[in-house]
Write a protein that binds this ligand. Structure first.
Ligand code: ZN
Length: 226
């Protein structure tokens, strides 16, 4: 039921891998009996977590997109249909037929193109309204951050942001632009954000929903093609 790994560590710990495998890390001299008792005591939690991880992993591994599915652009679901190449037409998200790993790279490329078309332009518009000046605006492939602002005020946005609706995108952009004034999450920072986006919590919720969806899907690019 679990893999036992002994080392010079001082405490006993259970680690559940992303795939749902259970590892017990134990000090060299702790008895098998003590380890078994520890695992037994936490059995319900361990097996529940392991099962959840395993099914999430399997769902992710079998993720693919095909004709009849939908893809999210600017907060709306667009029907997927087969065509020569990956292209968002404004009505359909067209994708080529074939091995999904290869097609996925093309879909990501199209998402990136849309992101590069929209995000920098919109950022400079909003920067003018707010009265700040970013050093640069770039689109990257960040998985866990929608946007970031460097110490030198270089702004970065993940292409994944293009899945959100325009108001939510505006919130993320404004959030990063406000970091040009406040390089922290102080009360003054949030006051500034609130001044431009009164109900920003709504948009934070929207982002959480998209994050959850993205977690179930697999938008990692094949390792050698990044
Ligand atoms: Zn922030």
């Amino acid at each position: 039921m679990y893999e036992l790994i002994r080392s010079k560590r001082k405490t006993l710990a259970v680690l559940i891998t992303e795939q749902g495998n259970v590892q017990v890390r134990a000090p060299l001299r702790l008895s098998e009996k003590q380890i078994r008792e520890f695992v037994e005591k936490h059995r319900a939690f361990i097996s529940k977590t392991a099962q959840e991880r395993q099914s999430a992993w399997q769902e992710k591994a079998s993720f693919s997109v095909t004709q009849g599915d939908t893809l999210l652009v600017f907060g709306r679901e667009y029907p997927v249909r087969f065509a020569e190449k990956a292209q968002f037409t404004g009505e359909y998200f067209e994708i080529p037929k074939g091995d999904f790993e290869a097609v996925k790279g093309q879909i990501i490329k199209e998402y990136k193109r849309l992101a590069k078309e929209w995000l920098p332009k919109r950022t400079y518009e909003l920067a003018q309204e707010i009265g700040v000046e970013p050093l640069s605006v770039r689109v990257n492939s960040a998985k866990t951050r929608w946007g970031s602002c460097s110490g030198k005020n270089a702004l970065n946005f993940s292409w994944r942001l293009i899945l959100a609706d325009r108001d939510t995108i505006d919130y993320v952009i404004i959030h990063e632009l406000c970091h040009i004034r406040h390089h922290n999450h102080s009360i003054a920072f949030w006051k500034m954000v609130e001044g431009f986006v009164p109900h920003y919590q709504t948009f934070q919720q929207n982002l959480k929903h998209i994050s959850k969806r993205l977690q179930r899907e697999n938008w990692e690019r094949p390792a050698n093609k990044q």
